[in-house]
Design a protein around this ligand. Structure first.
Ligand code: HEM
Length: 491
């Protein structure tokens, strides 16, 4: 009797797992209990090939399981255009591990994981503030150039440069300057180490599949090893929030609310908060929201940008001919040893092509952040209800061999027209597309261009040992540590 009941239970369980829970979703790979398809992604680290293999098997739209959560993957540009671009608002919700966001942010606050009117208002303010830093007196360019200068001086003095550590510090200083108005100089470097180490631990803990599974259920979270995986992220989170709270408190004491201009993001935010008091949007301005917003800008802006610059240098080191061509263009167009500025950007198509190709090949987020449908939608004939998770799988678009033949090859000439001008592709979407695309795109592009152009304007860069190009599965792909050497090009 017990045997019959057991067999019936197994049949029931398998029917549920293999058929019932998947019956209304686009077909896709069979998920394992608890882990879904995460192990397949890990086996194909950093994940691109798992998604590309499934796209070939199931077409551009299919379902994969992030632990026990189904996510509908959209993996080609045409379908993304018809969905997240054309019907942007319907795809503007966010996938949320609600307990985790509440445990770390105090509520569904910030920008990355907030939704609805709060998200709309805070995103508007963020875009507006970051854009204003680029207008008139170009504060964004000024801040980046200060860090470019410090970096170049440091590089000139070292024999073996651990370039990633230097880039991390430079990019961290740009963000801190934009947010709080000061850079990590010698007096503040200890703060940077604290933030950077906590960020590293936070990202490492967040990249573990055990953590993903732990987020899904409060019950599972009580059981080792899921319990430990979840706890690992809370300590660095606290350190980061303590740093942010201290900065906001200090800023609050200095703000001149009568002055029209603001020197940094927090000052701008505090003034907007004052202006919005008593208006319907006023409810979206509060302390925990400001803290969470700063946290999101810090965490989303640091590793993304510094690692993209590091990958670009790594690819160039592997392709000395590319470096020669960069130097040839800089010598022909700039004709001197002066610093490169944003005003030169349109005159340097080859430098721009190298950056575009590096962003494409770096393909920084093998698993993009899923969105939530806010209404019923139809994707390629599949009717999906509101609250379905959908991910624009940008890594498949940027490795689509129909658009970018031989997609794993580093070839900046793809981004050049026959007349040598810069060629653009709508499929180059490292910052994603639609309503949830990256609000830091403008800032990141200024950094990528000014750091890369000025490093190669000043130096010939080489490496005694070429960097490894192996990528590990992480929130973003990070190159293994490498060192390089530089030689001044101008005496
Ligand atoms: C090379 C650098 C960067 C890359 C490749 C990048 C890429 C991305 C991607 C792919 C997303 C997810 C979009 C989606 O939902 O489909 C995103 C979101 C986001 N990024 Fe970036 N990013 C970069 C730099 C930055 C910087 C410098 C900042 C800070 C100013 C930033 C802030 C954010 C925020 C706040 C979000 C969440 C937006 C929302 O949910 O509304 N990112 N980024």
């Amino acid at each position: 009797m017990i045997g019959v009941i057991l067999v019936a239970l197994v049949i029931l369980y398998l029917t549920y797992e293999l058929y019932w829970k998947r019956r209304n979703l686009p077909p896709g790979p069979t998920p394992l209990p608890l882990f879904g398809n995460l192990l397949d992604v890990m086996k194909n680290s950093p994940g691109y090939e798992a998604f590309r293999k499934w796209s070939k098997k199931y077409g551009p739209v299919y379902t994969y399981w992030l632990g026990t959560m189904p996510v509908v993957v959209v993996s080609d540009y045409e379908t993304l255009k018809e969905t997240v671009i054309k019907d942007g608002d319907k795809y503007a919700g966010r996938w949320i591990f609600e307990d985790f966001i509440k445990d770390t942010k105090g509520g569904l606050f910030g920008l990355v994981f907030s939704e609805g009117d709060l998200w709309r208002e805070q995103r508007r303010l963020t875009l507006h503030t970051l854009r204003d830093f680029g207008m008139g007196r170009n504060i964004m360019e000024e801040r980046v150039m200060v860090e470019v200068d410090f970096l170049l001086e440091k590089m000139a003095k070292q024999d073996d440069i651990r370039i990633q550590a230097e880039l991390d510090l430079a990019v961290g200083s740009v963000i801190n300057g934009i947010l709080f108005g000061y850079r990590f100089d010698e007096d503040h470097e200890h703060e940077y180490r604290l933030v950077k180490n906590s960020l590293r631990d936070f990202v490492k803990a967040g990249s573990s599949p055990l953590f993903t599974v732990a987020c899904i259920s409060s019950l599972i979270r009580q059981i080792p090893p899921f319990k430990g995986a979840y706890a690992n992220i809370l300590a660095p989170n606290d350190v980061l929030y303590n740093f942010i709270r201290k900065q906001i408190a200090a800023k609050r004491k200095q703000v001149d609310f009568d002055s029209e201009t603001s020197n940094d993001f927090v000052e701008s935010y505090l003034k907007e908060w004052e202006r919005k008091k008593g208006t319907p949007q006023g409810e979206f301005y509060f302390e925990r929201q400001l803290e969470a917003l700063i946290f999101d800008i810090w965490t989303a802006g640091q590793d993304t940008t510094s690692n993209t610059i590091a990958w670009t240098i790594a690819y160039i080191l592997h392709h000395p001919k590319v470096e020669e061509k960069i130097h040839e263009e800089l010598d022909r167009v700039i004709k001197s040893d002066r610093k490169i500025t944003l005003a030169d950007k349109n005159s340097l198509p080859y430098v721009n092509a190298v950056i575009s190709e590096s962003q494409r090949l770096t393909n920084l987020l093998p698993l993009n952040v899923p969105r939530r449908t806010t209404e019923n939608v139809v994707i390629n004939g599949y009717k999906l209800p509101a609250d379905t998770l959908v991910v624009p799988q940008i890594c498949c678009v940027m490795y689509d061999e129909k658009v970018f033949p031989d997609p794993y090859k580093f070839d900046p000439s793809r981004f050049l027209n026959l007349d040598g001008s810069l060629k653009t592709y709508p499929e180059l979407i490292p910052f994603s597309i639609g309503k949830r695309s990256c609000p830091g795109e403008g800032m990141a592009k200024v950094e990528l261009y000014l750091f890369i152009a000025n490093i190669f304007q000043r130096f010939k860069v080489s490496a005694k040992k070429l960097p490894s190009l192996e990528k590990e599965l992480n929130n973003v792909v990070i190159p293994k540590t490498f060192t390089c050497q530089v030689e001044s090009r101008h005496r």
